[in-house]
Design a protein around this ligand. Structure first.
Ligand SMILES: Nc1ncnc2c1ncn2[C@@H]1O[C@H](COP(=O)(O)OP(=O)(O)OP(=O)(O)O)[C@@H](O)[C@H]1O
Ligand SMILES: [Mg+2]
Length: 222
């Protein structure tokens, strides 16, 4: 399965989610390719740090690709791996469009704040355009940096649910220091010691939704 973590808002948590999912897939025994399709190369930097921090190495392969090569090279590389995760930059770039053409699943984090949800229309039209070439494309949105109180999460969820191009997945990640602490150590939040149990649990739920998709319909029925 090829999963793109994208969206057109900078700083929404794409690299955080991409690197955590890559580590968690690798930890579950999968052969994983993490593609850094952002010129900032956050996923490449994270992987270099992880390779240094662990004697057993990163546990997955990471490559940087840009522009049309995101399509051509991922097409070539994907059959050699069980899972491909693509981390994109926070703009509507040629790289993100190429990733949308080649992937099975597009996952978009949104912070429950106006500047972030204002990009919903742009993201929905990117998905609709991509579906003319890639009709099987699944597109999911979830809330990252969820507030622990107030109505913002529910309001953002309602705005996302109003976009038929995107499926809202009720697997939010809260705003927690553990995400930055883990990244700074080259770890997934599930590996961080001392463990942040809530962060570990919510990342596990997001992971479960993505890689065991029938759970979504189970939750919807509940
Ligand atoms: N759930 C969260 N709680 C707290 N901090 C978070 C959370 N998710 C991401 N962050 C922090 O927000 C910052 C931006 O995250 P990240 O680099 O993953 O975003 P991005 O979408 O990849 O950004 P860019 O568009 O620049 O590529 C980082 O400092 C990261 O640690
Ligand atoms: Mg990033």
């Amino acid at each position: 399965m090829i999963t793109v973590i994208g969206g057109t808002k900078g700083g929404s948590g794409k690299s955080t989610v991409a690197t955590n999912l890559a580590v968690m897939l690798a930890a579950s025994g999968r052969d994983v390719l993490l593609v850094d399709a952002d010129d900032q190369e956050t996923s490449m930097d994270f992987t270099a740090l992880r390779n240094e921090a662990r004697t057993s190495g990163a546990g997955y392969t990471c490559v940087a690709l840009t522009g049309k090569a995101v399509f051509t090279e991922v097409k070539r590389l994907a059959p050699k791996y069980q899972d491909v995760i693509i981390d994109t930059g926070g703009r509507d770039t040629e790289s993100q469009r190429a990733a949308l053409m080649v992937c099975d699943t597009y996952l978009v984090p949104f912070a429950p704040r106006s500047f972030d949800v204002w990009t919903l229309d742009k993201v929905a039209s990117l998905v609709e355009e991509a579906r003319t070439y890639n009709p099987e494309l699944k597109a999911y949105a979830f809330i990252n940096r969820a507030e622990t109180r107030g109505n913002e999460n529910a309001e953002a969820a309602e705005l996302i649910r109003a976009k038929p191009a995107l499926e809202f997945i009720p697997a939010s990640l809260a705003n927690r220091k553990a995400y930055a602490h883990a990244a700074a150590a080259g770890l997934s939040v599930t590996e961080l010691k001392p463990q942040d149990a809530k962060a570990t649990e919510e990342m596990g739920i997001l992971f479960g939704y993505l890689f065991n998709i029938q759970k979504i319909s189970e939750l919807k029925r509940a």
